[in-house]
Design a protein around this ligand. Structure first.
Ligand code: GLC
Length: 600
């Protein structure tokens, strides 16, 4: 019986095609699939981040850079191949792992910056097939395994940097100069032929992943060379995706299929075009025996969910050792990820951003999915289970049809109340999942987003601040937080400054209002006035004095204190505008936040 219900649940969600705008036909699968595996594996893997007893010469721990960082000569570099355990290296195992972890595609470093090809390259004998004398072609083995297990295969190819080919570029050329004619020879005699091989001999290639993280105008590569490369890919494999680290931004050439953000750089805002974060489980890409800053499973889940909630993807890296194996820390996180996705994958695959502000809710974040224009789902990812077991979703005026936990195969309804723009869901004591629980809200029509509201916090109050205002006027200067956040983000005001917010008050009653600011005058002065629904609370700024950030470091900073402004009564539930007027009368005032909370 249980099994039967499981099937219904899966069918109910499939098939999906993301409605994300500005996604080319080619990239539709990519946007739906959301999660991929990156594999950094090559000669450097057996160095394990150490060379002749010395650790990698860079704090970023990027073990695949050891040849360049530790100034290893070319002949010596290849001695690292002696440590490979060819008997146990099996790319199919990586494919199975990717699949079990919920990943839909794999991108392998076919040629990293060291210039060493992981396939039997005809145009350069600096490749695994020749140099290891083992007759192995890892690209071929991986492509066959991907086909067998139904995953897409992408290939990373370092086009601009190549430490093997003297005609190419490495950072040292900044000292010794670059010969552009020679560079073009490298391009025509190594890059173009190798790309042709990869795109001809290994079946379908779904992504060519380039890694020039600097715009071409600032590098040795010309726009013409990049177009030559792009056209070659379009000609040989018209469906293959190309990322923005080709060196052309997606804004400048919308034929580039997706944007790659910086390494481990997560999304902060929503984009309509496809984009992706390449991410590591610890920090190095290639295997590094010395790294110990492993991210937790929930950190990885939050990174993935956060990106999807902004229309983005995540490509999570593994750095296998020279025997193909992975450390337990990596495996355990991937297992957790796979388990989580088996239960909750519907909130990720084929899901996308919903039209509400990022960070609107402090309990987590949401994604959205629409199927055939008649089924609509909002998925709430709860990172912070409310102590009072009531989850409040603010900003959707449509009433959901049904609410349940995504991991509950029986789809048992959760009790809820819906009022105007607030859906309140009754939760059980224990979260549905040990990492991130997902709650599904089903709607008949596309749910309507009411923008510009500030949601109630899990603690039961409204924090109105410099991140979530709806309106601002005046010449105040916003200062970001400083000194490790001991000086909070604030707005420096001398003349009149007005800020407005919108909140939905569901419970009529009496509310307290506090405000945090710093006022360094000796006497009280100026005016702070708070207005809601024709009620005004007005008082002078109070002198807030100083505090000390750290002992014995001459670290005296301005106090930001919470001050009571008073209270107000609301008779009817509804959306209310809050207006704050700051008039310090030419004295410097640094304002931080308002806090509104029911007196109950
Ligand atoms: C950087 C590094 C490289 C790594 C890549 C992954 O560009 O140079 O070693 O492969 O990021 O995103």
């Amino acid at each position: 019986m249980l099994k039967f219900k499981k099937i219904i649940l899966i069918l109910a969600f499939a098939p999906f095609v993301s409605a994300q705008k500005n996604t080319g036909e080619r990239a539709k699968w990519f946007v739906d699939d959301r999660l991929g595996m990156f594999i950094h594996w090559g000669v450097y893997s057996s160095a394990e981040g150490v060379w002749k007893g010395e650790e990698l010469r860079n704090n970023n721990q990027y073990a695949e850079w050891i040849q360049y960082r530790n100034r290893i000569s070319k002949p010596e570099y290849l001695t690292l191949l002696d440590r490979f355990d060819w008997e146990s290296i099996d790319p199919e195992e990586w494919v199975i792992l990717a699949k079990e972890s919920g990943m839909k595609y794999i991108t392998l470093t076919a040629k990293h910056h060291d210039g060493f090809a992981l396939w039997e390259s005809q145009s350069s004998d600096y490749n695994i097939y020749n140099k290891s004398n083992k007759g192995r072609d890892i690209v071929k083995e991986l492509s066959e395994a991907c086909k067998k297990h139904g995953l897409k295969m992408g290939l990373y190819y370092s086009h601009w940097i190549d430490w093997e080919d003297d005609r190419s570029w490495d950072h040292t050329k900044e000292v010794y100069g670059i010969n552009y004619k020679n560079y073009d020879k490298y391009w025509q005699e190594k890059v173009i032929p190798q790309m042709t091989e990869l795109l001809t001999n290994y079946g379908e290639i779904s992504i060519i992943w380039f890694d020039m993280w600097i715009h071409h105008s600032r590098t040795v590569v010309s726009k013409e060379q990049l177009f030559q490369l792009k056209n070659l890919i379009r000609k040989l494999q018209p469906n293959c995706l190309i990322n923005s680290r080709l060196g052309l931004s997606i804004e400048e050439d919308n034929d580039v299929d997706f944007r790659t953000l910086g390494d481990n750089q997560l999304g902060k805002e929503k984009y309509e075009y496809p984009w992706q974060t390449p991410a590591t489980i610890a920090h190095s890409w290639g295997y590094n025996s010395r790294q110990d800053k492993w991210k937790s499973t929930s950190t990885i889940l939050k990174s993935m969910i956060g990106n999807v909630s902004l229309n983005g993807n995540l490509m999570l890296n593994i750095g296998p050792r020279a025997d193909g194996s992975l450390p337990y820390e990596a495996l355990s996180r991937l297992n957790d990820l796979g388990d989580w996705l088996k239960k909750n994958g519907n909130s990720i695959y084929g899901s996308e951003a919903f039209d509400l502000r990022t960070n609107l809710h402090d309990w987590g974040t949401l994604t959205y999915k629409e199927i055939n224009n008649n089924k609509h789902y909002i998925f709430l990812h709860v990172f912070n289970w409310p102590l009072n077991r009531v989850l409040k979703l603010t900003g959707i005026s449509s009433e959901p049809k049904k609410i349940y936990s995504l991991s509950d195969t029986e789809m048992n309804s959760l009790n809820f109340k819906h009022k105007t723009v607030l859906t309140e869901i009754k939760l059980p004591k224990n979260p549905f999942d040990k990492y991130v629980s997902v709650i599904v809200l089903e709607y008949d029509k596309k749910p309507i987003a009411i923008k510009g509201l500030v949601a109630e916090s899990v603690e039961g109050g409204y924090s109105l601040n410099l991140e979530n205002y709806d309106f601002i006027s005046g010449n105040g200067k916003i200062n970001e937080s400083k000194r490790y956040g001991t000086i909070p983000k604030n707005i420096l005001v001398q003349k009149k400054q007005i800020l407005k917010w919108k909140i939905f008050i569901s419970e009529p009653g009496e509310y307290n209002v506090d405000s945090s600011y710093s006022f360094q005058e000796n006497n009280d002065g100026g005016n702070i006035s708070f207005e809601i629904n024709d009620i005004e609370l007005k008082q002078k700024f109070k002198s807030t004095g100083k505090t000390v950030g750290e002992p014995l470091q001459n670290w005296v900073i301005d106090n930001f204190n919470s001050n009571k402004l008073g209270s107000f009564k609301i008779k009817k539930s509804g959306v209310y505008q809050v207006t704050l007027v700051l008039e310090p009368n030419d004295k410097p005032l640094k304002w931080q936040w308002l806090w509104i909370k029911s007196k109950k």
